[in-house]
Design a protein around this ligand. Structure first.
Ligand SMILES: C[S@@+](CC[C@H](N)C(=O)[O-])C[C@H]1O[C@@H](n2cnc3c(N)ncnc32)[C@H](O)[C@@H]1O
Length: 274
């Protein structure tokens, strides 16, 4: 199936206003990617699929005033909201532009680090995006990428619900669903040397079922919810919230999510012997 990048970005555009506002989900994964990327003061960083700044904001703080961070995202709404956040925080070393990850309008070799948190698995052609990240990097520059992994209790019931409701969808899913997306072959075939790879799990807690439902609409899961008729959506909501309620502990409703983080290097130029 051919996916349209603009349609995928449009789903995120509709989620942008509440994106990452229910629990700091993407912010925690983005901050961890920045830690693992070992950014240095003065680095120039490209953040591809920057969203609301989960990676861009900690990266801008880390590289300091002598560094710079450019965030790019195909969703106009994400770009506008992130731009407002950059202004509000007074991050003079950060900027954001609307761009397609698969056709970056940046100069070749102009970045020390190219980061992408929770984006590559949902692009129509991730290999094209990796080639673009590589082109944007200077020789010896690093790529820091992460994708969600694992299933766990939480996603198992959702997957089951969507399998049951899938045939009732009113149109085709606008974005690829790749639950076990493997970054290793993607980076290797894109000409990167993997320096470090770690899989980590993070825990989140929702105060109640309504918060979980609000969260479901605030990110990519929304793409699936939008495919259902109002009555099917109501039925799915009821079934999902029953499952979610059964997970409740004294702290609230837990969500466990794991991610694979990879740091890879574009090979440096060979030393010429003359
Ligand atoms: C799951 S969000 C991750 C955002 C951010 N990196 C974070 O961790 O919060 C995916 C982001 O990729 C953006 N996106 C989707 N397709 C894109 C494309 N072809 N080029 C650039 N950005 C894209 C979406 O608009 C959305 O902001």
């Amino acid at each position: 199936m051919d996916y349209d990048a603009e349609e995928i970005a449009a789903v995120f555009g509709r989620a942008a206003a509440t994106y990452d506002s229910v629990v700091p989900f993407f912010r925690r994964f983005g901050a961890r990617l920045v830690e693992l990327a070992d950014l240095r003061r003065g680095d120039s960083v490209l953040d591809v699929g920057a969203g609301r700044g989960a990676t861009l904001i900690p990266a801008a703080e880390r590289v300091g005033p002598s560094g710079r961070v450019l965030g790019v995202d195909l969703s106009e709404e994400m770009v506008a909201l992130l731009r407002a956040e950059i202004d509000q925080r007074g991050l003079a070393n950060a900027s954001v532009q609307r761009m397609d990850a698969e056709a970056l309008e940046v100069e070749a070799g102009s970045f020390d680090v190219a980061a992408s948190s929770f984006v590559l698995h949902l692009l129509p052609r991730p290999e094209a995006a990796i080639a673009e990240l590589r082109r944007a990097l200077r020789p010896g520059g690093r790529c820091a990428a992460s994708v969600p992994t694992g299933a766990g209790q939480h996603w198992d019931f959702l997957r089951r619900l969507f399998r049951d409701f899938g045939p009732r969808a009113i149109r085709a899913m606008p974005m690829p669903v790749r639950p076990n997306f493997d970054l290793t072959p993607l980076l290797a075939s894109g000409g990167f040397e993997v320096l470090n790879s770690v899989e980590e799990q993070m825990d989140f807690v929702f105060p109640d079922e309504q918060a979980w439902w609000d969260w479901a609409w605030s990110h990519g899961l929304r793409a699936m919810l939008e495919l259902l008729s109002p009555s099917d959506l109501e039925e799915l909501r009821r079934l999902a919230l029953t499952e979610v309620a059964a997970l409740r502990t004294s702290l609230g409703i837990p969500l466990v999510q794991s991610a694979m983080f990879m740091i890879a290097r574009k090979p440096p130029l060979p030393v010429s012997r003359t």
